[in-house]
Design a protein around this ligand. Structure first.
Ligand code: MG
Length: 145
C-alpha cells in the first residue's frame, strides 16, 4: 500500500529557493524592464528565494552588488539596458568578485552576446519570454551543483 510519503505532491516539495541550512538564496535582479523584473521576482519568491535587491541598469547593478556583498548568492543580468549594458556590468562584477554567480537574461537572437558572456564568466543564461520551469531549472542547476 502506498503512503503519502511515497507519493510526494507538488506542495510537499521542498522550495528550491532554500539552502541546506534553511535560509533563502539571496538574488539581485538587474533589468530595465519593470515587467521582466516583476516576473522574475514572482518566480523566485514563489520558490522561497529572497529578492534582496533590484537595479534598473548595469551601473546600478554593479553598485548594488558591491553594497550587498558578500550576502548575495545570485544575480540575474539583463543584456540590453541604458547607462551600462549587462555584459559590461558582468565584467565589472567579476572584477570585484571573481566568484560571483551571474545568469544572463537574454532576448531571442542574442546568441553571440550570450556566448561572449559565458566565456567571460557568466554561469548560465535564460531566454525571454521567461518560462517559470526553465528559469528555476537553470538557476537551481547552478546553485546546487
Ligand atoms: Mg532590457
Amino acid at each position: 500500500m502506498l503512503v503519502k510519503s511515497d507519493v510526494p505532491g507538488i506542495n510537499d516539495k521542498e522550495p528550491e529557493g532554500l539552502k541546506e541550512d534553511g535560509t533563502a538564496y539571496r538574488v539581485l535582479i538587474v533589468d530595465d524592464s519593470m515587467f521582466i523584473a516583476k516576473q522574475l521576482g514572482q518566480i523566485f519568491t514563489s520558490e522561497g528565494f529572497e529578492v534582496a535587491g533590484t537595479a534598473a541598469d548595469g551601473a546600478q547593478g554593479v553598485e548594488r552588488y558591491k553594497e550587498m556583498y558578500p550576502h548575495i548568492d545570485l544575480v540575474t543580468m539583463d543584456i540590453t539596458m541604458p547607462v551600462m549594458d549587462g555584459v559590461s556590468a558582468l565584467e565589472k562584477i567579476l572584477e570585484f568578485d571573481k566568484n560571483a554567480v551571474v545568469i544572463m537574461v537574454s532576448a531571442l537572437g542574442k546568441e553571440d552576446v550570450v556566448k561572449k558572456s559565458l566565456l567571460m564568466g557568466a554561469k548560465s543564461y535564460i531566454v525571454k519570454p521567461l518560462d517559470r520551469k526553465k528559469v528555476l531549472e537553470r538557476v537551481v542547476s547552478i546553485l546546487k551543483r
